[in-house]
Write a protein that binds this ligand. Structure first.
Ligand SMILES: C[S@@+](CC[C@H](N)C(=O)[O-])C[C@H]1O[C@@H](n2cnc3c(N)ncnc32)[C@H](O)[C@@H]1O
Length: 226
């Protein structure tokens, strides 16, 4: 491991120096059509959990090259893509060129500054928590609580350690790399109780946690009205 996992800016800028590298580290492939289909799948999951409404201001934590934003922006008032990596955001800017209601924001890797308090209807993080330290996962849940309007909704996901396929990911990473050679961005799973604890401790209500495809754990919740 050459870089500290928690130095997200250095790690993720170095993984996205070219378009091909960025796409591979976002999704494992570089095919644009498949990217679009996968983006549609994620939007379907958001519809089923937090809902997608025409008046919503949506914010994504760790937006990458805008895989989801490209699809989602047609259905909402505004989509704000936040990412720690300036390289990812540059590529997202090119992919999303011409879309009238998107905004891209580089962030520190630990919070959502400079997004104002109570300014967003939905915050989500997809395929991101596995790359973060647990404390930083929770810091983003707290930040979501800050930037959401009262009644706003939050969604996050990760690979479920307790699922058969999630356990396979864990075992493969454990056996494949010596401790000193683990890649900085290596995926670390979550569990349902972990996600539930973050959402509950941050003060969300209507906390829901579910599994999907024997692989994912999803959590979603609502910011109280007062
Ligand atoms: C696997 S990609 C997923 C991108 C996007 N969410 C998607 O599903 O297409 C992970 C993204 O999270 C970003 N990222 C990693 N650590 C971050 C952090 N601490 N804060 C914000 N973004 C981060 C990376 O730069 C990268 O764009």
């Amino acid at each position: 491991m050459s870089q500290l996992r928690g130095d997200y800016k250095t790690v993720w800028n170095s993984l996205s120096g070219s378009k091909e590298d960025a796409y591979r580290h976002v999704s494992g492939y570089t095919d644009e059509d498949r990217f679009h289909l996968d983006g549609e799948d994620t939007v379907d999951i958001l519809r089923e959990t937090v809902g997608v409404r025409p008046d919503d201001v949506y914010l994504e934590i760790g937006c990458g090259v805008g895989r989801v934003g490209r699809v989602l922006s047609s259905f909402v008032k505004e989509w704000i893509g936040c990412d720690v990596s300036a390289n990812m955001l540059r590529l997202a800017g090119r992919r999303l060129l011409g879309l009238p209601n998107i905004r891209l924001q580089e962030i520190s890797g630990y919070d959502l500054h400079p997004i104002p308090d109570a300014s967003v209807d939905v915050v989500y993080a997809t395929v991101v928590f596995m790359h973060l330290e647990e404390w930083d996962r929770y810091n983003y849940v707290l930040e979501a609580m800050r930037v959401l309007k009262p009644g706003g909704r939050f969604y996050c996901d990760n690979v479920d350690l307790a699922s058969p396929a999630g356990w396979a990911v864990f075992e493969e990473s454990r056996s494949q790399f010596k401790p000193s050679q683990r890649p900085s961005q290596i995926s670390k799973c979550s569990t349902k109780p972990e996600i539930e604890a973050y959402l509950t401790h941050a003060g969300f209500t209507d906390v829901r946690v579910a599994g999907r495809l024997d692989f994912w754990v999803y959590g979603w919740a609502t910011k109280p009205m007062a």
